[in-house]
Design a protein around this ligand. Structure first.
Ligand SMILES: N[C@@H](CCC(=O)N[C@@H](CS)C(=O)NCC(=O)O)C(=O)O
Length: 202
C-alpha cells in the first residue's frame, strides 16, 4: 500500500489514520511546491492533483475522509469503525462526512468572507456547524461510539486546524476533545513523520 502525501497538508489525516491502523505501507512524497501534483504521473492517480491519495494494489482512494474509512475497514477488529450492523454506524458515517463536507466548507466561508444564505448552503453557516459540534461533544467523549474512531480523527483534525489558523475560537469543549484525540501515540508518531519530512525539505 502506498500513501502519496506532502507534509503540513490535509495528507496529515491519512498519515495519522495509517498510524492508527498499523498497516504496512510506503510513503511517497509529492512535492506540491514544485508542481509535481500536476504532472501526468500523479494526475493518473488523482486527476484533482491533490494529496493525499492511497493506492492499495489496484485500488486508488482519494479524499482524506474516504481514505480514513477505507483504512478502518481493513482492520475490522480495531474499533476504528463500528461494525456495519451496530446502531452507532450511522453516527460514524454522519460525523465522518460532516467533517469533510461541513467543517471544510465552514472554514472556506470564514476565509473568503462569504455572506452565505444558511438555507441554501449545504453546510448551513459557520456558526451552525460549530454550534452543532459543540452541542454534540458536550455530552460525548468520542463523537461516534464509546471509543475513538476515524470520525474522531477527521473531526478533531479539522477542529485543531481551525483553531491553529485562528479561524475558530478555542471553545473549552473543542480544546478538551482535541487534546484527548491528539494525545494518542498514533497522532504523535504522525506528527514526528510530518516534522521530519518538513525538516528534510528544508
Ligand atoms: N478534498 C481533498 C482536499 C485535498 C487538498 O486540498 N490537498 C491540498 C493540500 S492541503 C493539495 O494537494 N493542494 C495541491 C494543489 O491543489 O495544487 C481531501 O480531503 O483530501
Amino acid at each position: 500500500m502506498e500513501l502519496f502525501w506532502a507534509p503540513r497538508t490535509r495528507s496529515f489525516y491519512a498519515l495519522w489514520a495509517l498510524e492508527e491502523t498499523g498497516l504496512p505501507h510506503e510513503k511517497v512524497l509529492i512535492d506540491i511546491w514544485s508542481g509535481q501534483q500536476d504532472g501526468a504521473d500523479y494526475l493518473a492517480i488523482n486527476p484533482m492533483g491533490k494529496v493525499p491519495a492511497l493506492r492499495d494494489k489496484g485500488v486508488v482512494v482519494t479524499e482524506a475522509s474516504a481514505i480514513c474509512a477505507y483504512l478502518a475497514d481493513k482492520v475490522p477488529d480495531s474499533g476504528l469503525a463500528p461494525a456495519p450492523d451496530v446502531p452507532r454506524r450511522g453516527a460514524y458515517y454522519r460525523w465522518l462526512f460532516f467533517a469533510a463536507s461541513c467543517i471544510e466548507a465552514a472554514y472556506f466561508e470564514k476565509l473568503s468572507g462569504l455572506e452565505v444564505d444558511a438555507r441554501r448552503a449545504g453546510w448551513g453557516s459557520f456558526d451552525q456547524v460549530f454550534d452543532t459540534l459543540e452541542a454534540e461533544l458536550e455530552s460525548r467523549e468520542w463523537i461516534a461510539t464509546e471509543r475513538f474512531t476515524m470520525a474522531d480523527l477527521m473531526t478533531a483534525g479539522g477542529l485543531k486546524y481551525g483553531m491553529m489558523l485562528g479561524l475558530l475560537e478555542p471553545r473549552p469543549v473543542f480544546e478538551a476533545y482535541v487534546a484527548r484525540c491528539t494525545e494518542r501515540p498514533a497522532y504523535q508518531r504522525a506528527e514526528e513523520i510530518n516534522e521530519a519530512a518538513l525538516a528534510e525539505q528544508g
